[in-house]
Design a protein around this ligand. Structure first.
Ligand SMILES: *[C@@H]1O[C@H](CO)[C@@H](O)[C@H](O)[C@H]1NC(C)=O
Ligand SMILES: *[C@@H]1O[C@H](CO)[C@@H](O)[C@H](O)[C@H]1NC(C)=O
Ligand SMILES: *[C@@H]1O[C@H](CO)[C@@H](O)[C@H](O)[C@H]1NC(C)=O
Ligand SMILES: *[C@@H]1O[C@H](CO)[C@@H](O)[C@H](O)[C@H]1NC(C)=O
Ligand SMILES: *[C@@H]1O[C@H](CO)[C@@H](O)[C@H](O)[C@H]1NC(C)=O
Ligand SMILES: *[C@@H]1O[C@H](CO)[C@@H](O)[C@H](O)[C@H]1NC(C)=O
Length: 567
């Protein structure tokens, strides 16, 4: 009898012990107004509570064990549940912040190989804004009516103030009163819109104030832009960081975006000053806006400079700036370029006193190997000249990488010829035609092109990165494609603009190509893997792997027959 009682007590305390193990579960999901979220452990359902400030984050305690998240009705009946089981690391008492219906939280993603040391001027701050191993969620909450207004008129430039919560697996960062608006020019024509946002002055998001959420709307592979940031980085160039994020606004999942930094304001101290105030101050920063902004002298006509370039930042007041957008520095530079020495012994030194030629040559090498169809070479567009006061010269910055890597507005066959002189636009741009007359620069440029074609864009260099990105993004691409699109502006001009281009083909500045642009407007849907790998059989869009393989081989063949110049 005593033995039996002892045994019963033992069994009971064992059960107590087992049942005492509880876990705090945390899942991100839009439950909808009629549902709540729950967790199913060993076949039993336990309701979770939505957090007060973050309505999409549902948490609660339940016994430990293999589990799945579920959507529940008002009587806690399961409406829908995950088709797989999750397992928590034995030693943890709480799950990470997990996303509903994603089978993973973090995974390893390979990098591209580095090709050059960072430029001496680059002193990038150490920020945790861009995790490599996960897809955080950005949740915006606030006045839905204002959000609807923003989405219903893409030309009205509506700014909406919302609270934002950046939810990573192990950390939540909240910034209240973030100002969000639609971003881009032609991207407002797409049904999936891009956004910009700005934090309040004294509350930066992990060091940054001005950020962009890129919709990746013209790139059905979703990976072109991040690969271009990777390549710029591999070249040691100053460039925005980039990372994927899921975006939810109130109870509307909006999709998968690329989070990048705008070249505004605090960005310069984050990129050139380790995040601290720049000792010599921030200089003026000019943005090339296309057609007029090829860095020719424009006859010294200031009005034309104002049309061709935007002053993205004026110089700090203490350091020569008075807050007005002066074009003097830029006009002086174009004058220098027109008259710059090419064959004198000191030519390269003289150039380098005006502009960091490593920043120019490395950026333009990336433009070619990665097929930029809307950059400086192809369209005199999407670049910045930053007056770097610490070096008393300009630094070249590249931006906006959506039509790259075979997603193109110019002839793919010309980009792919292997002979870089045939790259669309190259012979039209004064900065390049002139520096190629300086033997030291021509040699540096050809050597780097040749090296990059072997070591940066060859399948051996890119495939691991691409395959890992595909693995990381697959479930989120499915999710993104199935979501309703936010652009409710039916009167946004895309049809008009396309009709205009078709009726006035001469209006298109060369080397932009009418047939390629027509093809872009009439692309066929294909499986995501085909968009990544190719062949797509479209003249305006190759597969990503297809592009690199082709470009790498063509350039290696070319340099095999015409070895890079030496000095
Ligand atoms: C919630 O349920 C009500 C009543 O059945 C229905 O009218 C409403 O459309 C539902 N809301 C959502 C978001 O499904
Ligand atoms: C950057 O931050 C990470 C994570 O906070 C830390 O491990 C690393 O040592 C830091 N690096 C530098 C150079 O400060
Ligand atoms: C959208 O906003 C623009 C600029 O404010 C305005 O001119 C236009 O009339 C608006 N469109 C509609 C349909 O309300
Ligand atoms: C500058 O260009 C503008 C726009 O083309 C033109 O109207 C103006 O006459 C030009 N000014 C000078 C001084 O040439
Ligand atoms: C490369 O292309 C340019 C421009 O078409 C041409 O002049 C040059 O001869 C070509 N070079 C070679 C080696 O084929
Ligand atoms: C869950 O994800 C799978 C795979 O991406 C998808 O097919 C399915 O529709 C998703 N289920 C729900 C309820 O979202």
């Amino acid at each position: 009898m005593r033995i039996l009682i002892t045994a019963l007590v033992a069994v009971n305390s064992l059960q107590l012990l087992v049942h005492a193990a509880t876990t705090t579960y945390n899942v991100i999901s839009v439950a909808g107004s009629n549902h709540t979220m729950g967790v199913i452990v060993d076949g039993k359902t336990y309701p979770l509570q939505a957090s007060k400030d973050i309505a999409v984050l549902h948490s609660g305690s339940a016994p430990s064990g293999a589990y799945s998240y579920a959507k529940l009705d008002t009587s806690n009946g399961v409406v829908e549940k995950e088709a797989f089981q999750r397992q928590l690391d034995q030693s943890s008492e709480a799950t990470p912040n997990e996303f509903y219906n994603r089978t993973w939280n973090t995974q390893h993603v390979a990098d591209l190989p580095a090709l050059a040391d960072p430029l001496p001027s680059k002193h990038r701050v150490n920020s945790s804004l861009h995790p490599k191993d996960q897809i955080p969620t950005i949740y915006f909450s606030g006045d839905q009516h204002q959000v609807d207004v923003m989405h219903s008129n893409t030309t009205a430039d509506t700014k909406v103030t919302l609270d934002m919560h950046l939810i990573a697996t192990d950390k939540i960062t909240t910034i209240k009163g973030v100002e969000i608006s639609l971003a881009g020019r032609s991207s407002k024509w797409l049904d999936k819109l891009s956004y910009g946002f700005k934090t309040p002055k004294d509350q930066l998001l992990l060091g940054y104030r001005n950020l962009k959420l890129r919709a990746l709307g013209t790139d059905p592979s979703y990976i072109r832009e991040i690969l271009c940031y990777d390549m710029m980085n591999a070249m040691g160039l100053p460039v925005s960081g980039a990372s994927y994020t899921r975006v939810i606004i109130n109870d509307q999942p909006v999709g998968l975006f690329l989070l990048i930094e705008a070249y505004k304001n605090e960005w310069y101290q984050n990129e050139f000053g380790d995040g601290k105030k720049l000792k010599d101050g921030r200089g003026i920063s000019y943005q090339g806006m296309g057609s007029l902004s090829d860095l020719s002298t424009l006859g010294g006509n200031a009005t034309l400079f104002e049309t061709g370039y935007k002053v993205q930042e004026t110089a700090d007041k203490k350091h020569g700036g008075d807050g007005t957008p002066s074009y003097d520095r830029l006009m002086d530079f174009t004058k220098f370029l027109a008259e710059a020495p090419t064959t004198t012994a000191d030519a390269a030194d003289v150039w380098n006193q005006h502009i960091d030629m490593d920043s120019v040559i490395r950026s333009l090498v990336v433009e070619i190997i990665a097929g930029f169809s809307d950059g400086y070479l192809a369209n005199a567009n999407n670049f910045f000249l930053y007056d770097n006061l610490a070096e008393k010269r300009f630094t070249y910055l590249a931006a906006d990488f959506d039509t790259t890597v075979g997603n193109t507005l110019v002839k793919l066959s010309d980009m792919w010829s292997g002979n870089y002189t045939q790259f669309p636009g190259l012979t039209l741009r004064p900065l390049v035609t002139k520096f190629l007359q300086v033997p030291a620069f021509k040699s540096q440029f050809e050597q780097l092109l040749s090296k990059a074609s072997q070591q940066l864009i060859s399948p051996a260099a890119t495939n691991a990165r691409i395959d890992d990105l595909v693995k990381m993004l697959r479930q989120d691409v499915d999710w993104d494609l199935a979501l309703p699109k936010m652009n409710k502006d039916t009167n946004n001009g895309v049809a008009d603009t396309l009709a205009y281009i078709l009726a006035h083909p001469d209006w298109l500045p060369p080397p932009l190509d009418l047939d390629t642009i027509k093809d872009m407007a009439n692309r066929k849907p294909l499986p995501w893997d085909t968009f990544v790998t190719g062949p797509t059989n479209e003249i305006s869009l190759s597969g990503v792997k297809e592009f690199f393989e082709h470009q790498s081989k063509a350039m290696q063949d070319y340099f095999g027959q015409h070895p890079p110049a030496t000095v």
